[in-house]
Write a protein that binds this ligand. Structure first.
Ligand code: PXP
Length: 255
């Protein structure tokens, strides 16, 4: 399972002083050394963290997957077509929010999102839609023509006990439906070193996109180690699920 590391929070710290450090472009190779399979950045309309210069430099200097999160606006589509990231994730964007609060409102913005998907994919850049864990939204994503979806794990991540299990089930059902429809499926938002395991055990997932928890840990242990620790947890969850499958297979063969 792939791990895409979101380095927006490094840029948030830089923008606190509107200076030059810490530089998210320098964070990327360290994350890659720690095992990141991709780097994600969100170029927001208000440029509150990542700047156009970061996107251009990252495009030039990293060889792993560069995932550009953006709103489906004419300005952002123009930037994506010019810079050509390896993939684009369309996200909803509200000026006042602290982070992406939910998945796209596909019903309300179907026309705009469909147009963005068509324009970007026409140029050979796969588009992922950041959606809530809902069967209806998975179906609309397929209809819209996106190649990929990223299931929003925020509600799972923030919930506790029984509610968390219910949210996990919603994520699993959405993943199942997306796979059945032939979509490539990722997941992300709010995942940290304690809640990542149950999501990483979902074997159909291609990758996880994680930012805040990794960059927070990096303040104390450095980015490379923070990424390596997360990668290890994901690998362990994955191999546990492989072992379980092998055990089940053995059991059924013995019947
Ligand atoms: N996926 C998407 C689409 C996001 O917008 C974000 C937040 O920027 C993330 C994943 C990562 O979320 P977090 O920072 O909570 O790990």
């Amino acid at each position: 399972m792939l791990l895409g590391v979101n380095v927006d929070h490094v840029a948030t710290l830089r923008q606190a002083r509107k200076g030059t450090e810490p530089d998210p472009v320098r964070a990327a190779p360290l994350a890659i050394l720690g095992g990141a399979d991709g780097i994600t950045i969100h170029l927001r309309e208000d440029r509150r963290h990542i700047q156009d210069r970061d996107l251009k430099l990252l495009r030039k200097c990293i060889s792993v997957e560069l995932n550009l999160e953006m709103a489906a606006t004419a300005e952002m589509i123009g930037i994506a077509l010019k810079v050509k990231p390896d993939m684009v994730t369309l996200v909803p964007e509200k000026r006042a929010e602290l982070t992406t609060e939910g998945g796209l409102n596909l019903k309300k913005n179907m026309k705009q999102i469909k147009k963005a998907v068509e324009m970007i994919q026409h140029r050979g850049i796969p588009v992922s839609l950041f959606i809530n864990p809902s069967i209806a939204d998975v179906e609309i994503s397929k209809k819209i023509g996106a190649k990929m979806v990223e299931i929003h794990t925020g509600l799972y991540a923030n919930a506790k006990s029984k509610i968390q299990l219910q949210e996990l089930e919603r994520v699993k059902k959405a993943v199942e439906k997306a796979i059945a429809l032939g979509l490539t499926v990722n997941a992300g938002h709010g995942l940290n070193y304690t809640n990542v395991k149950k999501i990483a055990e979902i074997k159909e997932l291609r990758g996880l996109y994680i930012g805040h928890s990794i960059i927070s840990r990096a303040v104390f242990v450095g980015i490379e180690r923070a990424v390596r620790e997360m990668k290890k947890l994901i690998k362990e969850a994955k191999s546990k699920c492989k072992n379980q499958n092998a055990k089940l297979r053995k059991y059924f063969l013995a019947l």
